[in-house]
Design a protein around this ligand. Structure first.
Ligand SMILES: Nc1ncnc2c1ncn2[C@@H]1O[C@H](COP(=O)(O)OP(=O)(O)OP(=O)(O)O)[C@@H](O)[C@H]1O
Ligand code: SF4
Ligand SMILES: [Mg+2]
Length: 319
């Protein structure tokens, strides 16, 4: 059974101009012990997808449609009391800025201990925290430190420890390395790789960096304008990107990832959700645009083992 299965998810935001759809027909699954990368430019809906799974959407936002199955149970139907048990239990999340999520007036150890579920005995709880500190590569003396006494990388290790302390089935990592220098970022990814195996946790890894995603993830979901436009295996996506947007994301990577080619910028603007163009949302930026692309939105289509939304590959769902 898949750990996570998102089906036809739609999320909208209330604005002074009325309701605006942010996520549209999002379909995504994550298998056991699988890492799925969610990539795309700023504002495409990555964090909204993550917040939908946690049911921690901003107040002016709501899930209009769809299902989010976590180990077979639809969490869209769960109330806040049930969600509080699930968050930090079956699903947990780490973020870009660990310092914003750690309380400056409590020691990091006491904050991890607070997150421990299901252990009443104080000594046992403390031992659990020491163990997780060790697993994330921190000495047990870190228990007594305050967040400001730790580097950004150490703070992110504490957040990872807190997220994994109850052995969740799914970890959502939203740009966990973006605020870190490249060496520290690399160490955090290596740590996540190690913990993914020892904790047998599945990961939704959110980043705008497709090369980092390919390095860490088994499959990659590419998001554009609130829709997933391609899902491909990491080993395939660089060799054979299907969606023109994926193609451009790869073409824009620094040269070290693509020997002998120059960096290109993706022409055109990131779409504004209030005024998406008719048809395919990528059409104003797409070099392959056809007449149909301005008339209709492409459906999901299976191409080999990938899924893509683009009229280059026909216009019907193929099962
Ligand atoms: N509370 C809100 N009210 C109105 N619009 C919002 C709100 N939160 C997010 N949005 C809009 O929803 C869209 C998707 O935002 P989201 O945060 O999911 O993007 P993202 O892909 O995570 O981007 P980034 O890479 O910058 O983190 C954006 O256009 C954003 O402006
Ligand atoms: S559907 Fe048309 S406009 Fe959209 S990405 Fe494909 S070719 Fe380009
Ligand atoms: Mg985001």
């Amino acid at each position: 059974m898949n750990i996570l299965e998102i089906k036809n998810l739609e999320v909208s935001v209330k604005t002074i101009d009325g309701n605006v759809k942010i996520l549209r027909d999002v379909n995504l699954s994550i298998g056991e012990n699988e890492v799925v990368g969610l990539v795309g430019e700023s504002g495409c809906g990555k964090t909204m997808t993550a917040r939908s799974i946690m049911k921690l959407l901003p107040e002016n936002t709501k899930i209009d449609k769809g299902e989010i199955f976590l180990q077979g149970e639809d969490i869209v139907k769960k109330d806040e009391r049930e969600m509080r048990k699930i968050r930090g239990g079956k699903i947990s999340m780490i973020f870009q800025e660990p310092s914003s999520y750690l309380n400056p007036v409590f020691t990091v150890g006491s904050q991890i201990e607070e997150a421990v579920k299901g252990i009443r005995d104080k000594r046992e709880r403390r031992e659990r925290v020491y163990k997780i500190l060790e697993e994330v590569g921190l000495d047990r003396s870190i228990y007594f430190r305050y967040p400001h006494q730790l580097s950004g990388g150490m703070q992110q290790r504490v957040m990872i420890g807190m997220a994994l302390v109850n052995n969740p089935s799914l970890l959502i990592a939203d740009e966990p390395t973006t605020a870190l220098d490249i060496t520290t970022a690399h160490m955090i990814i290596e740590l996540l790789k190690k913990l993914m195996n020892s904790h047998r946790v599945s990961i939704l890894f959110i980043t705008h960096d497709i090369s980092l995603s390919v390095y860490f993830s088994h499959r990659i979901a590419v998001m554009y304008g609130g829709k997933i436009v391609e899902i491909s295996h990491s080993s395939e996506i660089f060799k054979n990107p299907l969606h023109p947007y994926t193609e451009r994301l790869i073409a824009c990577l620094p040269e070290r990832y693509r020997k002998g080619e120059k960096i290109k910028a993706i022409e055109g603007e990131v779409p504004d959700f209030k005024s998406l163009p008719p048809g395919c949302p990528f059409n104003p930026r797409c070099p392959y645009k056809m007449k149909i692309c301005e008339e209709r939105e492409p459906e999901e289509r299976k191409v080999g083992k990938s899924i893509v939304r683009c009229f280059k590959y026909g216009n019907t769902v193929e099962n």
